[in-house]
Design a protein around this ligand. Structure first.
Ligand SMILES: Cc1cc2nc3c(=O)[nH]c(=O)nc-3n(C[C@H](O)[C@H](O)[C@H](O)COP(=O)(O)OP(=O)(O)OC[C@H]3O[C@@H](n4cnc5c(N)ncnc54)[C@H](O)[C@@H]3O)c2cc1C
Length: 416
């Protein structure tokens, strides 16, 4: 039986050093072998067909720029084309949601409406509770699905194909609301990301690319798990769910140069490589590190996810203190009262931080910014060139966006 709050076994150390070690180990297989084998789920470890770098990329302990540079340097432009495209899926999803924050707000409202508000929430609709409990506890009797539910809770990570099969079975065979599956993933994945997760679940359900669903079949699962699983009784149809069309894209955020001056540097869980942020003429007088990450939903994030967030923030705080040659102050979480008090202690009226993309952390930062401004402390955000150049192109589907990848790579100064 699976305990929903069990801690992952620590397969991912929450440090930049661990991220760099994993890059070095994975690099040889991220060229043409990745393009050929990546759909096969061979788990984590030696036989893995993928990089398993997502917890690091998610928190930018490792930047997309560094990762794409490393694979192109190792393999040239052509062989890692598929890998580079996958990294840009992340950039695309983040841009797509950034241009349509209402889709995020609707998801948050849906989860709040569908789930009870306890520490270990259950569906409000009591008729769904048994199925839901069985699904998250790995007790459905569906071959593969139960192992993936358990692996998610113990490891905090699943292969992309397993995520697709899991979501499809959740929605079309178990007939559970997709939002509850997305919430379960977000609270247990170490790479749990508001954009990649919400939009992938929408995609499987047929509400992202409207009318087009993803249907898991026993044959496909058997083929890409090398025969480990061949579930019986999967839904034979996958009718798209009903949902309103997404709102039109709004304007992408634009980078704003920072005026020189003294400021605090606030770390945020979405961008934990402050050493490479473009801070211009800012004199960082202190690094402010929230002790814990933003929530991942109305229920509690899994212990392992919380530990990863805390560890990653602590790692970034240590590095930032050394890099900027200043002290580190720890606050409990991103809240105006603590930020304003620290600004006063250091006699500054400015706090700079990386742009927080649409999601729970951005919601917390927006609240803190509005309240701090009322107390005379301004929070200014720094948008990375990677996002600023790519996000304006996330207006339509991935395929027109994909055409832009070679130019985006070139404009990032990679492989010149
Ligand atoms: C239902 C569902 C939920 C998902 N939820 C998340 C999530 O919360 N966070 C998350 O980072 N990814 C999510 N993904 C995308 C993808 O499954 C993971 O990024 C990938 O499995 C991570 O493993 P990896 O690092 O070995 O990827 P690799 O194949 O080695 O790819 C390298 C990097 O590219 C990015 N990437 C690869 N594939 C995708 C993709 N399809 N979409 C977006 N980025 C991608 C990741 O940053 C990844 O680390 C989800 C996919 C599905 C189908």
């Amino acid at each position: 039986m699976t305990d929903e709050s069990a801690a992952p076994a620590g397969l991912f150390a929450p440090t930049r050093a661990a991220a760099l070690e994993r890059v070095a180990a994975a690099l040889p297989r991220l060229g043409s072998a990745y393009g050929r084998d990546r759909n096969h789920d061979r788990g984590l470890g030696e036989a893995s067909t993928v990089s398993a770098l997502s917890p690091y990329v998610r928190h930018r302990l490792l930047t997309e720029h560094e990762l794409v540079s490393a694979v192109i340097e190792r393999h040239g432009h052509r062989a890692p084309e598929k890998f580079v495209q996958e990294v840009f899926w992340r950039t695309y999803w983040k841009g797509w949601l950034e241009l349509r924050p209402q889709v995020w707000r609707d998801y948050v409202a849906d989860v709040t409406r569908l789930m009870s508000s306890d520490e270990h929430p259950l569906p409000v609709d009591e008729t769904l509770r048994d199925t839901y409990r069985d699904a998250i506890g790995g007790r459905t009797g569906i071959d593969g699905f139960d192992d993936w539910a358990r692996a998610l809770v113990t490891d905090g990570w699943l292969h992309n194909h397993a995520r697709m099969w899991f979501a499809s079975i959740w929605i079309f065979t178990l007939r559970l609301p997709w939002q509850l599956g997305a919430d379960f993933f977000l609270r247990h994945l170490l790479d749990g990301d508001p954009a990649s997760n919400t939009l992938s679940w929408r995609w499987v359900a047929g509400v992202q690319t409207r009318g087009k669903t993803y249907q898991a079949t026993a044959e496909n699962i058997a083929r890409f798990t090398d025969g480990r699983y061949r579930p019986r009784g999967l839904a034979t149809t996958a009718e798209p769910l009903d949902a309103p069309p997404p709102p039109p894209a709004s304007a992408a955020p634009e980078p704003r140069p920072l005026a020189p001056g003294r400021a605090l540097l606030l770390l945020g869980e979405d961008d934990l490589h402050p050493e490479s942020l473009a801070l211009g003429g800012i004199d960082v007088v202190a690094v402010v590190r929230p002790e814990r990450g933003a929530p991942r939903g109305p229920g509690r994030a899994a212990e392992g996810v919380q530990a990863f967030q805390r560890g990653a923030l602590a790692d970034a705080g240590r590095r930032a203190g050394e890099h900027f040659g200043c002290a580190e102050s720890v606050i409990e979480e991103v809240r105006a009262s603590e930020l304003v008090a620290l600004a006063r202690t250091h006699d500054v009226s400015r706090i700079v931080t990386a742009h927080a993309p649409t999601g729970y952390a951005a919601d917390a930062l927006a609240r803190a910014s509005a309240e701090a401004a009322a107390d005379g402390v301004v929070i200014e955000t720094v948008l990375r060139g990677w996002d600023a150049r790519a996000w304006p192109h996330a207006t339509r589907g991935f395929f027109p966006f994909k055409e832009r990848i070679p130019a985006l790579v070139r404009d990032a100064g990679i492989g010149a």
